[in-house]
Structure formats: structure tokens, C-alpha cells
Design a protein around this ligand. Structure first.
Ligand code: ACO
Length: 445
């Protein structure tokens, strides 16, 4: 079995062998227990039989932030953080970034296999024919203040889709799930582009079905007075690659939110809005925005050493560095760095690039970062690309959300169809007060 860095990963489920067990001796009682090991895991529920007496609730595991807890069995994405490997359904990310398109990759992630020619054209047709938004959504978007953050607009608008498609509550109906998948993938770029245009006070641009998924997104973002918008092929491809790189990343914070909310059987729009909300935070999808702010704050190549000194003194984090799972160069960061140069060839070199390269050079040689195995992550270079394309920083997490929607949907469906899954409900260790007598307001000091 391939050993992933993050718990059970995507390997096949194997039958339990005789020797696949863990012997635990409870020193409180001297009792001995045999816990089966399967796929490199014990079932923490098996710990419950370890008790000091009959009234004891049983042993629990304490794992804040789920550092070593697998919450599901998944067959979607494999990550080996130590070796810098990322694969969707078995295909290396490098191969997909070179040979595939985002829509094809989204099919792979959601269906489990690469599509044949007719499956792909059918898929592209359906996603393309679900890109329009209900006209009322425009009124809804108009209600936002002119400087509303586009990510907040995206989160709210995706949640609002739930009111337009109440049939999406039929989550165990495969046909319904298929329809919501087309809608979510199709409408996400439209909501994103409309949010952007709203913040500029520009009229909304309707989808153009003749363009590719990503070409149409560029059309909805940037079209002005031309009769027909023609996306620059280099920019279209670079953005498509970025969507591929962001399409899934196993049980990260936003995907866990998608599965967690979905586990209560909320409809997929509400679950996706929750996932997008989780993505918004600066430690997750908001990191690319934070990277650019950091590069601007540094201001020049000469000031990088001084800035890194401050980071090492605990005055902040080096944004775009470090990852919960990758303890090696994030494979996506390598691909993005290459794509960045292709965009700069068209749009001109981003002046922040030299500062970024110097940050990377110094950090990769510095003991502090080397010993903690902190390497550039996917967000370190993506912001530079987006900025060169003319997109404001506030749009960066929105672009991340478009790509990640494929993964969220696939993970949501996998969770729903997994007979072992139930409503997500962690335990806690309660260390608060025992029962206390109520003190009336007049008697409180
Ligand atoms: N800069 C400086 N030091 C760091 C950084 C960083 N970017 N990241 C981690 N460290 C240090 C921590 O302070 C800690 O040091 P210590 O052992 O002396 O206390 C050590 O490295 C281990 O870090 P943790 O915080 O335990 O790592 P964790 O897995 O919890 O955090 C995270 C991962 C959130 C990504 C973190 O590295 C970070 O905040 N990075 C900056 C934000 C960022 O780029 N986020 C994007 C992640 S990728 C994504 O979501 C698409």
C-alpha cells in the first residue's frame, strides 16, 4: 500500500490481517486490548471499550485541528506531502496541468475517470448551458455596497442559489445531484465575474457559449465595447491551469466544511457557500491576497532580509510559505511559477516578482525555514499571475473557489454515498465548571 502523509488517503481498502492490530495496555487497570489496524488506522471508536469502570464513558482521542485523524475514506485525491506528490484519481498533477483542461479535470474528479470524446463534449455542453444566472440574482448583487468584497458576494450568492433551486434538497437523487453539479460548475464563474463587475460599477457581461469555460470567464470579466470578446490564448491557458491546480486537495479546511455541512443533508448550495466561507480565511484561500500585501509591504529586494528577520522573530508569518501537509516543495507551486512567466511574456513582468524570487531564495537557504520544512505553497506565485492579468487582490480567493468547486462537489457526493458517514459531530474534552448555583443579578458583585 502506498503510504500517504495524511492518514488513510486514497489506497484501496484491504482485508484485516491477523497481525494488523495494536495491543494497548491500560496502566490504570492493567487490562489489555487488541485494536484492529486497517489501512494504517485504528478506529478511534474502538478506544471506547477501554474503561476504568462500567460508568466510564470510555477513552477518547484528543486531536485539535485534526492533525492525525482521518475523517473519511476517499478515492479522489492522493497527496504525499513528504515527497511533494499530488494526484487526482491517480493522475499526477503535472500531467493534468500539461495535457488536460479544467473542464476535463473537473469531469475526472467528479466521475472518477477521464471522459471519452463524447462524454467530454456532453459534459462541456451541460456545464456551458448552466452558466446563466436567474435575472433576480442581478438585483440581489445590486444590493451589495460598491466596495463589498467579491468573496463575500460570492459566498452569499451561492447560498442564495439554494432559494432558486429548492429541488436540490433531493440529495439522494442521482439525477438531481448531476443537475446541481452542472449548475454549480457553470454558475460559479458567472457569479465571480458579476461580483467583480459590480465592484467596478460596470454592466454585467452575459456568458458566451462559443468560448471555452475559462475563455468565457475572461469574457465576463473583461469585455467592454467589442462585439465579440476574444481571450488571449496564453492567458486563457494559464488561468485554466490555475483552475486545474486548485481543483481538489483532499480534506483541507474548506472541503471539511463542505463535507461537514453536507453531512447534515443541507442542499449543495448551502454546503458550497460554507466551503467558500472557509476558503475565504487568510490561512487558506485568502493567502494569495496576503502574499501580495506582504510583497508590497516589503517594497524592494533590498528589504527582504530585514523582513525575514522579523518573521523569524515571531512578528508574523511568511505568507505563501508552509503547508499542513506538504513538507516539501508544493508541486503546484512549481507549475504555477512556470505559468507565471508565460503570463508575464504577454502582460509584462510583474515588478513584485523580483521581491518574491528573493524571498524564496533566502527562505530556502535559511535554517529557520529549512528546519521547519517550510516551502512555497500554491499561493506564493498565483497572486502575481492574477495581478498581472489585471485582477484586484480581492478577486484572488474567488478564483480559487471556481477551481475548487469541482473538488467540493466530488467530496460532497462521496460523503453522501459512503454508508459509514453520518452527521459530522466531534467530541470535546470538557474542562469547564461543574454544576453551579445560579446567582441572581442583584446579588452578583
Ligand atoms: N512563516 C513563518 N513561520 C511559519 C510559517 C510561515 N509561513 N508557517 C509555519 N511556520 C512555523 C510556525 O510558527 C511553527 O514554528 P514553531 O515550531 O517554532 O512554533 C512551525 O513553522 C510549524 O507551523 P504550524 O503553524 O504548526 O503549521 P500548520 O500546519 O499548523 O500551518 C499553515 C500551516 C497554516 C499553512 C502555515 O504554514 C501558515 O500560516 N502559512 C502562511 C499562510 C499560507 O500561506 N497559507 C496557505 C496555505 S495553502 C492553501 O490553503 C491553499
Amino acid at each position: 500500500m502506498e503510504k500517504p502523509s495524511s492518514a488513510a488517503g486514497s489506497a484501496e481498502v484491504r482485508p484485516v490481517q491477523q497481525q494488523d492490530s495494536l495491543t494497548v495496555v491500560d496502566n490504570r487497570t492493567g487490562k489489555r486490548y487488541e485494536l484492529p489496524i486497517q489501512n494504517g488506522c485504528i478506529r478511534t471508536n474502538d478506544l471506547r471499550k477501554i474503561k476504568v469502570n462500567d460508568d466510564d464513558f470510555g477513552l477518547m482521542s484528543y486531536d485539535p485541528a485534526f492533525l492525525n485523524t482521518a475523517s473519511c475514506i476517499s478515492k479522489i485525491t492522493f497527496i504525499d506531502g513528504d515527497r511533494g506528490i499530488l494526484r487526482y484519481r491517480g493522475y499526477p498533477i503535472e500531467v493534468l496541468a500539461e495535457k488536460s483542461t479544467f473542464l476535463e479535470t473537473a469531469y475526472l474528479i467528479t466521475h472518477g475517470e477521464l471522459p471519452n470524446r463524447s462524454q467530454l463534449s456532453d459534459w462541456a455542453f451541460h456545464v456551458t448551458h448552466h452558466t446563466f444566472l436567474h435575472e433576480s440574482i442581478k438585483k440581489f448583487l445590486d444590493g451589495f455596497h460598491y466596495d463589498a468584497h467579491p468573496m463575500s458576494m460570492l459566498i452569499s450568492t451561492v447560498a442564495a442559489l439554494s432559494t432558486f433551486y429548492p429541488e436540490s434538497k433531493d440529495i439522494f437523487n442521482a439525477e438531481s445531484r448531476k443537475k446541481q453539479t452542472y449548475r454549480l460548475l457553470g454558475k460559479m464563474p458567472t457569479i465571480a465575474a458579476f461580483s467583480y463587475r459590480h465592484s467596478l460599477g460596470l454592466p454585467f457581461v452575459y456568458p458566451d457559449n462559443e468560448l471555452s469555460y475559462t475563455g468565457n470567464f475572461l469574457n465576463m470579466l473583461f469585455k467592454t465595447t467589442e462585439i465579440k470578446y476574444r481571450p488571449n490564448p496564453a492567458l486563457e491557458r494559464a488561468l485554466d491551469i490555475l483552475f486545474i491546480l486548485h481543483a481538489d486537495h483532499e480534506q483541507n479546511c474548506s472541503t471539511s466544511a463542505m463535507r461537514g455541512v453536507g453531512s447534515s443533508h443541507a442542499d449543495p448550495y448551502c454546503a458550497t457557500a460554507a466551503a467558500a466561507a472557509a476558503l475565504y480565511g487568510p490561512l487558506h484561500g485568502g493567502a494569495n491576497e496576503a502574499v501580495l500585501r506582504m510583497l508590497m509591504e516589503i517594497g524592494s529586494v533590498q528589504k527582504v532580509t530585514e523582513y525575514i528577520k522579523r518573521v523569524k522573530a515571531g512578528e508574523g508569518k511568511l505568507m505563501g510559505f508552509g503547508h499542513r501537509v506538504y513538507k516539501n516543495y508544493d508541486p503546484r507551486a512549481k507549475i504555477i511559477k512556470r505559468a507565471a512567466y508565460e503570463v508575464f511574456d504577454v502582460m509584462g513582468r510583474n515588478p513584485l516578482l523580483d521581491i518574491a524570487l528573493e524571498v524564496e531564495r533566502i527562505a530556502l537557504e535559511d535554517e529557520y525555514f529549512v528546519s521547519r520544512r517550510l516551502y512555497p505553497n500554491v499561493d506564493f506565485y498565483s497572486g502575481l499571475i492574477y495581478q498581472s492579468m489585471g485582477l484586484p487582490m480581492t478577486m484572488f480567493p474567488v478564483l480559487f473557489a471556481i477551481g475548487r468547486t469541482a473538488g467540493w462537489i466530488a467530496q460532497w457526493e462521496e460523503m453522501l454515498l459512503d454508508p459509514e458517514q453520518k452527521i459530522a459531530r466531534p467530541r470535546q474534552v470538557y474542562l469547564g465548571y461543574g454544576q453551579r448555583d445560579y446567582v441572581s443579578l442583584d446579588e452578583r458583585i
